[in-house]
Design a protein around this ligand. Structure first.
Ligand SMILES: [Zn+2]
Length: 93
């Protein structure tokens, strides 16, 4: 066999599956930002390169966007850790 089938844990974030938690939190953060994106989309716009004819407040500054996404991803990870801790505490009683 050239290819093998194997099972792996995946993490779902923002509707997609990722192999690492870190990527999943980034995906969830990106998804949240995109859900609030109000760029006026034209045929020339490209979300990958960030070129927008009339960008929204999220996409007018790609450095700021990257920082926001990283902050949001950290916040999501924190929320998950807090609720995980809470579950552990409930289970321990
Ligand atoms: Zn936008």
């Amino acid at each position: 066999m050239i290819i093998k089938r194997e099972q792996a844990t995946v993490y779902r974030g923002g509707g997609r599956r990722y192999f690492t938690k870190r990527a999943a939190y980034n995906g969830a953060a990106r998804d949240k930002i995109m859900s609030r994106c109000e760029c006026e989309v034209s045929a020339y716009d490209d979300f990958e390169t960030g070129y927008m004819a009339i960008p929204c407040r999220y996409h007018e500054d790609m450095d700021k966007l990257a920082r926001l996404q990283a902050r949001l991803a950290r916040w999501y990870r924190h929320l998950d850790q807090a609720s995980e801790q809470e579950q552990a505490n409930i289970g321990g009683e």
